[in-house]
Ligand binder design. Structure first.
Ligand SMILES: NC(=O)c1ccc[n+]([C@@H]2O[C@H](COP(=O)([O-])OP(=O)(O)OC[C@H]3O[C@@H](n4cnc5c(N)ncnc54)[C@H](O)[C@@H]3O)[C@@H](O)[C@H]2O)c1
Ligand SMILES: O=C(O)[C@H](O)COP(=O)(O)O
Length: 428
């Protein structure tokens, strides 16, 4: 006789519980630098109180405004230094509605239990397309021709104007943008080489080179796509420009600190560089207006753009959705997936009919912490728990079954009182 074991029944899960903050009251969020309407809508639908500004705020005004908010959304201009963050006593989370996060003191934020999210690749295609446009524009001296004609000068010439087909593009930093640029340039018949500190799979016919110097010596066009770090500061200066082929072109849309501007301006004026397209600067004006000073102004065949690499409707719209959704997930559920300065944790939502309370605890990553936390929680049934660490900080999410709402305050106070505590939240 054969027996068949009964089919394993899935545990019935009801609709997920919409968790509410126990100790934060109404969530207030400050949005700066024209965060896209797609993001604002998601935050409005979450019921948050929103104050949105089209521009960055001065540090003095920001210091005041940040005191009262639980979340802040910004782009590349707003500098969230330790000094400014020190004023932000209620701040839970920062959303960088862009790729770069160098404008935020990430370590200070993590040490104070503030998670930071960004949009790692929603504007990569926009930047890559601008680079392609500029490679051709530099090769045909379009900037100079259009300026001359606007001034009434007809200057029909083919001197030093070239096709890009068969020319060598050297990409420095083969990440999201560099790789995207590589694919398009390859399809347009360029020879692509790249240099990256990591070993990355080449796309199409692209080939890695071992050193930056090697790339500079071989490329007709050098395009920079590295982040701002101590190592990339002034990565392209007088020495590097002189290693480039005479008449080669430089494209810079990474971060302003990566290029030594006076060295590049001198090379453009001497003819060592045949042209440059620069989108980012060591110091960028605080607001739009006639306020841009640079040695690059007036250099030959030099395209200057005001940090617009990622400024397309498509990029801004998807960044709005991506970052606002991450903020809502963190505030409402405690999920840190995608955080750039926090351990990444997530647990399944409890069902709507449960008596689950979710504990979120950022703590110092030291021995014995979990023993202390679980001592507090041991009076209750822990349904799920996850903890992860990143350097000196750790983050714990725990769903606990709590029968009596009067126990919420007790749990909160006892966890907050632990010496290891950085920040505690309860959602119920
Ligand atoms: N101009 C704009 O509007 C605009 C828009 C988006 C991004 N950016 C900037 O572009 C840069 C690149 O963005 P991404 O999304 O491609 O980043 P990414 O993190 O995907 O890629 C960066 C790459 O650079 C490499 N790298 C780091 N240090 C290096 C070094 N010293 N030498 C060589 N390679 C190094 C990394 O290994 C990585 O592969 C960032 O600084 C970002 O802020 C500017
Ligand atoms: O980091 C980025 O994504 C770019 O520098 C674009 O920044 P922005 O959103 O301030 O234009």
């Amino acid at each position: 006789m054969t027996t068949t074991s009964p089919a394993r029944q899935p545990v019935k899960a009801g609709p997920p519980k919409a968790l509410k903050p126990f100790n934060n009251g109404e969530i207030k969020i400050l949005l700066l630098e024209g965060v896209n309407a797609t993001g604002i809508k998601i935050l409005e639908n979450a019921g948050y109180q929103i104050e949105a500004h089209a521009k960055a705020l001065s540090p003095e005004v920001l210091k005041e405004k940040i005191k009262d908010v639980h979340a802040i959304g910004l782009r590349s201009k707003t500098q969230l230094t330790a000094e400014i963050l020190a004023e932000a006593k209620k701040l839970l989370v920062i959303g960088c509605f862009c790729i770069g996060t160098n404008q935020v003191d990430l370590e200070y934020a993590a040490a104070h239990g503030i998670a930071v999210f960004n949009s790692p690749f929603s504007n990569s295609r926009s930047v890559a397309e601008l680079m392609i446009c500029e490679i051709i524009a530099l090769s045909r001296q379009l900037g100079d021709r259009t300026t001359e004609l606007h001034q009434g000068t007809w200057n029909k010439t083919s001197k030093n104007c070239n096709e890009i087909r068969g020319k060598t593009l050297g990409i420095v930093g083969y990440g999201h943008i560099g790789a995207q640029l590589s694919v398009i340039a390859d399809a347009m018949g360029m020879v692509v080489i790249f240099y990256d500190v990591q070993q990355i799979m080449p796309l199409g016919l692209a080939k890695p080179v071992d050193t930056l110097d090697e790339l500079l010596a071989q490329a007709d066009y050098v395009s920079l796509h590295v982040p701002e770090t101590d190592e990339t500061k002034n990565m392209i200066g007088e020495r590097e420009v002189n290693l480039m082929k005479k008449g080669a072109y430089l494209l810079q849309a990474s971060r302003g600190t990566v290029v030594d501007i006076p060295a590049v301006a001198a090379a453009l004026r001497s003819g060592q560089l045949g042209g440059a397209a620069i989108d980012v600067y060591p110091v960028e004006p605080f607001a739009n207006g006639p306020n841009f000073e640079s040695e690059l102004r007036g250099c030959p065949n030099t395209i200057l753009t005001p940090h617009i690499g990622g400024s397309t409707e498509e990029a801004q719209s998807s960044i709005g959705v991506e970052v606002a959704s991450a903020l809502v997930r963190y505030v409402n559920n405690g999920t840190t997936l995608g955080a750039v300065n926090f351990p990444e944790c997530d647990i399944r939502s409890p069902s709507a009919d449960s008596k689950t309370v979710r504990l979120l605890n950022t703590h110092h990553n030291v021995p014995g912490v979990l023993k202390q936390i679980n001592k507090v929680l041991s009076d209750f049934n822990i349904e799920k728990q996850i903890v992860d660490s990143r350097g000196p900080i750790a983050y714990l999410m725990a769903d606990i079954n709590v029968e009596h709402p009067e126990d919420y305050q007790k749990i909160y106070e006892r966890i907050e009182a632990l010496a290891s505590n950085i920040r505690t939240r309860l959602l119920y």
